[in-house]
Ligand binder design. Structure first.
Ligand SMILES: *[C@@H]1O[C@H](CO)[C@@H](O)[C@H](O)[C@H]1NC(C)=O
Ligand SMILES: *[C@@H]1O[C@H](CO)[C@@H](O)[C@H](O)[C@H]1NC(C)=O
Ligand SMILES: *[C@@H]1O[C@H](CO)[C@@H](O)[C@H](O)[C@H]1NC(C)=O
Ligand SMILES: *[C@@H]1O[C@H](CO)[C@@H](O)[C@H](O)[C@H]1NC(C)=O
Ligand SMILES: *[C@@H]1O[C@H](CO)[C@@H](O)[C@H](O)[C@H]1NC(C)=O
Ligand SMILES: *[C@@H]1O[C@H](CO)[C@@H](O)[C@H](O)[C@H]1NC(C)=O
Ligand SMILES: *[C@@H]1O[C@H](CO)[C@@H](O)[C@H](O)[C@H]1NC(C)=O
Ligand SMILES: *[C@@H]1O[C@H](CO)[C@@H](O)[C@H](O)[C@H]1NC(C)=O
Ligand SMILES: *[C@@H]1O[C@H](CO)[C@@H](O)[C@H](O)[C@H]1NC(C)=O
Ligand SMILES: *[C@@H]1O[C@H](CO)[C@@H](O)[C@H](O)[C@H]1NC(C)=O
Length: 880
């Protein structure tokens, strides 16, 4: 009897449970279907997988819990549906993650969201939700992340966020919220409420910061662009000691920076750009031993900047457009990590301390323009091997240009306009091979124009106006392009040049012998007069219409380096669309794109952070290689470390886009078997080989630390529009400390090196040391590939026959058997026997270099210096 009733009870219970289970699943299905109707705005072919033939747990974007088969995740993104979020959401009671980003939703966030007690992640970013953040959300006490970036939400940032004890990420940027009262958000590590432009600028103060002092785990507080007014309260120093980023740029905060700032000892970034701060930089700032980025530009700060010298970890310092005075302190020499230092448009005076800048070996951008600095340009600049921009315009500097400036080989822009420099234009400026902009106008230089300036192949803006230059204007290089010569006017005695300059011809010596008749003199005078008048008129028109062009030509300038946000990159690449995808490299995908305010196309390498080592690769490529500048290395424009619209970490590196593709495609055609490019003739192949050799020579011999690229191969050899070759993709590069010798102790064991099959040197496979000679091996293989048109992994190469052996066996007699048929075709048919022999000889020499570089034993391989010499020899021989 007892068992019987037990059985009955069991039966009843289990049916109830089953019934309840199936009922609640039915609820989820109904909820999803009515949710879909509203989400997709009734568009019939949206979400085709949400149909009867599939269980709802298999519908696109739906994930169910395995045990109870209820919806636990709903994740849909990047659509143009334009719908709303319906109330049936509240019936998905097992939901843990709701991610509906960028699907063009409008309307309000339904209050039924408060029924989702289990919800941990709520991401509705990049939609058009308006109205308030629903109060009912307080019931979702398990929430850990709330991401509502890029909507049109209004009202206060609710104080009850403070009662949500699990919440650690609150991203509310780019709405119309009034961020007045942030409760005590105990668990929060990152608060980002930026760019909520709530109109009544300056009427809200920062007193709510006191409530954040209970937020003891806070690491990032980003409140840029909100129109906050009031002063920066002294209890800003009571914020969490974990605080690493404090950013309140573009508000209307006034008053002084409180001394208490010095208590935030973990601060790495302090950004108060574009506010109304005044007074001195507090002395206590010297306690911030981790500060890397200090941005105080466009305020009204005053006093001297002596305390900056205590910030030895600074790498970016922006102090433009304030009222700083006094001289440039010698204490700055302690800031050896500085890469960017800008203090344009202040009231600095005095001489630039001797040798100071020689200590700052990492400097890339230095902008001291528009102050009242006096004295000569001190020695020490020659030490700055990475210096790219040097702006000294609008000061009272005098003297001659010191010769050690001629060793700043990375300089791309040198602007000395409006000073009192005198002497001659030094010829050594012609050795600054990377120079793009040279402006020495409005000084007192008196000399001829050195012919060496013709050698500057990248120079596209040259302004020599208003000096005392005389003599013949050169005609080649930059001087052949009338639009690149910004101006030569205001120089009394220039002559010659290309005809478009309309300068008088230079009087040749024989002309002196000929005595002019009075009539001839009259004609000459009137001709010269006419020329002078037209030059003056031209100049006036030119000046009136002159745009401030220097900002547009370079990305990394005055208001800081090119800084791009995730949003901008997203826009630039069409939402990282597959049509913009140009390749996948080590650790990520590369997209082509274009930024609104940067004229050249860009390549964006997005790191796949789930790949092991990707984050490290980002560090390597960004931090270290950002500093290296060489004409044959791909230029890194900037790096972006941010969060994407889903609040996930996002890291990308932005490069100059190389429009002519890579050597791999040029040699072997595209993957889609397009006809391969037959135009790559021997001279072009030689130039490519030379450029890569120069790049390797720089990496191996001319940098502070020896850099081993570790992945030299044709697809990493990129070509720009001007036929210059650039070595790219430093994702696996290694840095060696100290000696460059193969046997040095400090080297990295190669077992962790990935490299690429076919190009990896044999010693890496057997646990040898990473060394420059490893790169040489890969380079040698690339040379042989360029010669033969065959990949080292070609089917014809097997155990005992490698590309190296194949070539070695056949030279010199069989050279024509190994050479790429496309290369042979590029030679003209009607060669004489002598010319043909000459070409053959050159091909053999080329093959020999490739073979010598890819010798099995590292010590037997050639050195880059010798490679360059040999290649140049071939070039000369070929053209003779
Ligand atoms: C339901 O969706 C699946 C997946 O999209 C599809 O393969 C199937 O054809 C659809 N069935 C119907 C009846 O539309
Ligand atoms: C939620 O589910 C219940 C039971 O299935 C149903 O009566 C109710 O209408 C649903 N609510 C919404 C908003 O769809
Ligand atoms: C929160 O949940 C409780 C019951 O769990 C309910 O009584 C209350 O109305 C809910 N509050 C809101 C704002 O939804
Ligand atoms: C900070 O926390 C303490 C106790 O934990 C509490 O008494 C105080 O009111 C809190 N202050 C603010 C501003 O929330
Ligand atoms: C800030 O901390 C100091 C002690 O460091 C304390 O005296 C002061 O009351 C704190 N201020 C606030 C607003 O918490
Ligand atoms: C600074 O931050 C680090 C790591 O974020 C932490 O270990 C350290 O305790 C912090 N220092 C202080 C004083 O809070
Ligand atoms: C700044 O550095 C100077 C010496 O260079 C030192 O005397 C002073 O104590 C430092 N200040 C701080 C706040 O560390
Ligand atoms: C810089 O200013 C401080 C006071 O703000 C003063 O004590 C110091 O002497 C000044 N240093 C120089 C070099 O003028
Ligand atoms: C130079 O500074 C003055 C004020 O000191 C400012 O008015 C002017 O715009 C600045 N010029 C440039 C080119 O920044
Ligand atoms: C700049 O400093 C000089 C003294 O060095 C002073 O006479 C002048 O008023 C200052 N100019 C401004 C705009 O502060």
């Amino acid at each position: 009897m007892r068992t019987h009733s037990q059985l009955l009870l069991y039966f009843m219970l289990s049916t109830t449970v089953a019934l309840a289970l199936s009922l609640s699943s039915v609820t989820d299905k109904h909820a999803l279907l009515s949710l879909k109707e509203k989400l997709t705005n009734g568009i019939p072919d949206a979400l085709p997988s949400w149909n009867e033939s599939l269980h709802f747990c298999e519908w696109e974007g739906v994930t169910c819990g395995r045990r109870h088969m209820r919806v636990s995740v709903l994740h849909l993104e990047n659509q143009n549906w334009g719908g709303t979020l319906g109330p049936s959401l509240g019936n998905l009671t097992f939901l843990r993650k709701l991610k509906l980003s960028n699907i063009d939703l409008h309307g309000e966030i339904p209050k039924e969201v408060g029924l989702l007690k289990r919800l941990q992640v709520l991401d509705l970013s990049k939609n058009k939700f308006h109205g308030k953040i629903p109060f009912e959300l307080t019931n979702c006490t398990n929430l850990q992340e709330i991401i509502l970036l890029y909507n049109q939400l209004t009202g206060n940032v609710p104080s009850w966020f403070g009662s949500m004890t699990q919440l650690n990420k609150l991203l509310l940027g780019a709405n119309n919220l009034i961020p007045l009262t942030l409760g005590s958000l105990n668990k929060l590590k990152r608060i980002r409420v930026d760019n909520n432009n709530f109109g009544s600028g300056g009427s809200h103060d920062l007193n709510f910061l006191s409530s954040l002092t209970n937020c003891t785990k806070l690491e990032q507080l980003i409140l840029d662009g909100n129109g906050f007014g009031g002063v920066l309260p002294y209890y800003v120093g009571n914020l969490s000691t974990y605080l690493s980023v404090l950013s309140m740029a573009k508000n209307q905060i006034y008053g002084v920076i409180p001394e208490s700032l010095g208590q935030l000892i973990n601060l790495t970034e302090f950004d108060m750009m574009r506010n109304f701060l005044e007074g001195k930089i507090p002395n206590s700032i010297g306690k911030l031993k981790n500060l890397g980025r200090l941005v105080l530009q466009q305020n009204s700060l005053s006093g001297n900047i002596t305390t900056i010298g205590n910030l030895t970890t600074l790498f970016e310092l922006y102090l433009h457009t304030n009222n700083f005075e006094g001289s440039i302190p010698i204490t700055l020499r302690h800031c050896t990590q500085l890469q960017t230092f800008g203090i344009s448009t202040n009231n600095l005076s005095g001489d630039i301390p001797d040798h100071l800048f020689g200590y700052l070996e990492n400097l890339i951008n230095l902008d001291l323009s528009n102050n009242s600095l006096t004295g000569p340009l001190p020695l020490g600049f020659g030490n700055l091997k990475h210096l790219s921009l040097l702006y000294l315009y609008e000061n009272k500097l005098s003297g001659e240009i010191p010769s050690d400036l001629g060793t700043c080989l990375s300089l791309t822009e040198l602007i000395l306009e409006r000073n009192f420099f005198h002497g001659s234009i030094p010829w050594f400026l012609g050795s600054l091979r990377s120079l793009e902009v040279l402006d020495i106008s409005n000084n007192s230089f008196s000399s001829t124009i050195p012919l060496e300036l013709e050698n500057l192949v990248y120079l596209n803006t040259l302004d020599l106006s208003f000096n005392n230059l005389y003599g013949e204007v050169p005609t080649r290089g930059v001087f052949s392009n009338v639009s690149a010569i910004n101006s030569l006017t205001g120089n009394k005695n220039l002559c010659g040049g290309i005809p478009q300059l309309k300068l008088p011809p230079c009087l040749k010596v024989p002309a002196k012998k000929h005595k002019r008749t009075p009539k001839e003199k009259l004609i000459l005078i009137s001709v010269i007069g006419g020329v002078v008048i037209s030059v003056i008129a031209f100049t006036i028109v030119h000046f009136l219409t002159r745009k401030p062009k220097r900002l547009s030509s370079s990305p990394s300038l005055i208001n800081g380096s090119l800084r791009v946000t995730y949003g901008e990159l997203h826009e630039a690449t069409n939402g990282f669309s597959s049509s913009n995808l140009v390749g996948t490299g080590s650790f990520g995908s590369v997209y082509k794109g274009s930024l609104l305010y940067f004229e050249k196309p860009i390549a964006v390498k997005v790191l796949n952070l789930e790949t092991r080592g990707a984050a490290k690769s980002f560090m390597v490529e960004c931090n270290a290689l950002g500093k290296m500048k060489h004409r044959n290395l791909v230029k890194i424009l900037t790096c972006c470390s941010s969060v994407d619209y889903n609040g996930e970490d996002f890291k990308a590196i932005v490069f100059e886009f190389m429009p002519s593709g890579n050597l791999e495609n040029l040699l072997h055609g595209n993957e889609d078997h397009e006809s391969r490019n037959l135009n790559l003739n021997f001279t072009q192949r030689l130039d490519i080989a030379l450029d890569v050799a120069h790049a390797l020579d720089y990496l191996h011999n001319d940098t502070e630390q020896v850099v081993v690229h570790c992945d030299v191969k044709p697809s990493n050899v990129l070509l720009d529009d001007d036929g210059v070759t650039h070595l790219g993709d430093f994702g696996v590069a290694r840095f060696l400390h100290g000696a460059t010798e193969y046997s040095s102790k400090n080297q990295v064991i190669s077992s962790t090196i990935k490299g690429t099959i076919g190009y990896i040197p044999p010693e890496y496979g057997s646990g040898g040391m990473v060394s420059p000679q490893g790169d040489i091996y890969s380079y040698g293989i690339v040379l042989l590939e360029m010669l033969t048109g065959k990949r080292p992994t070609d089917n014809m190469f097997y155990e005992n026959l490698s590309l190296h052996k194949f070539c070695k066996m056949r030279i010199p007699e069989g050279i024509l058997d190994v050479v790429d048929s496309c290369l042979l075709m590029s030679f003209a048919e009607d060669q004489t026997q002598v010319m043909e022999n000459n070409i053959k000889e050159c091909l053999v020499m080329f093959a020999k270099i490739g073979i010598a570089c890819s010798e099995e034993f590292p010590t037997q391989r050639m050195l880059t210096k010798d490679v360059i010499v040999k290649l140049l020899e071939i070039k000369r021989k070929l053209s003779s």
